[in-house]
Ligand binder design. Structure first.
Ligand SMILES: [Zn+2]
Length: 230
């Protein structure tokens, strides 16, 4: 898991959401593949650490070798999302170890339990162990969001910024939600929101999609006040 965290730290240095992983051949210490999240670099919401590692390995083998993953265990800093969990199931991964839970998109227990499903013929169940170096994994996210917040504050002409919204139970950080806030430029606000929603696979129906741009919210407020006066 330390190697997976190092991959996550590399992603952080490049301004990516810091998730890293390694695939290790079962019963050995041989690393088959490693990957870091590259959703920004590749401009692809699918380029999660697991998919990057799998694709890099397959590309290096000319598209062959997918069966190798059925002799592997995965160490990943954050719970695989539903997409990645399904891919792992199809590859026949033996076991997944992850750090922190992914409360929004987790496919290994948080939202769905893909690892326990065998609804499709191509799916193979696998074992999951959670909480491995969880605090270190969460710490990567905290560093990422505090950096993003600072960047947002420095750029006065920037219209949108990430806002960290920690959800805590007691004193423990359990998840991090994403919202954006506007600084007046509606066009940039919309573009940024679209980028984020694409990246996180959100739709307008999602409660986490900020559907109304600033001028609409102002208009609504005015209408509300006018109707109060009536
Ligand atoms: Zn994923």
């Amino acid at each position: 898991m330390r190697l997976a965290l190092a991959q996550g730290a590399e992603a952080l240095d490049k301004g990516e959401i810091p998730v890293g992983c390694i695939f290790v051949k079962s019963g050995t210490e041989e690393v088959l593949a490693r990957g870091a999240n590259k959703t920004n670099e590749l401009r692809s919401g699918c380029s999660h650490a697991e998919m990057v590692a799998i694709n890099d390995y397959l590309e290096s083998r000319g598209g062959n070798g997918s069966e190798e993953f059925s002799h592997c265990e995965l160490f990943v800093t954050c719970e695989p999302c539903i997409m990645c969990a399904a891919a792992l199931s199809m590859l026949g991964i033996q076991k997944v170890f992850f750090g922190c839970h992914n409360e929004r998109f987790g496919g290994n227990g948080s939202i769905l339990s893909i690892h326990q499903d065998s609804l499709l013929a191509c799916q193979r169940p696998y074992a999951v162990t959670t909480g491995l170096l969880k605090d270190e994994a969460i710490s990567l996210f905290q560093r990422f969001y505090s950096l993003e917040n600072r960047r947002g504050k420095r750029k006065t002409n920037t219209t949108c910024a990430w806002k960290e919204n920690k959800v805590s139970k007691g004193s423990k950080l359990t998840e991090i939600k994403f919202v954006t806030r506007s600084r007046g430029n509606t066009k940039a606000y919309k573009q940024r929101n679209k980028k984020i929603s694409d990246m996180l696979h959100l739709t307008k129906k999602s409660p986490y999609f900020h559907a109304a741009p600033p001028e609409k919210r102002k208009k609504r407020k005015k209408d509300d006040e006018a109707s109060k006066d009536d």
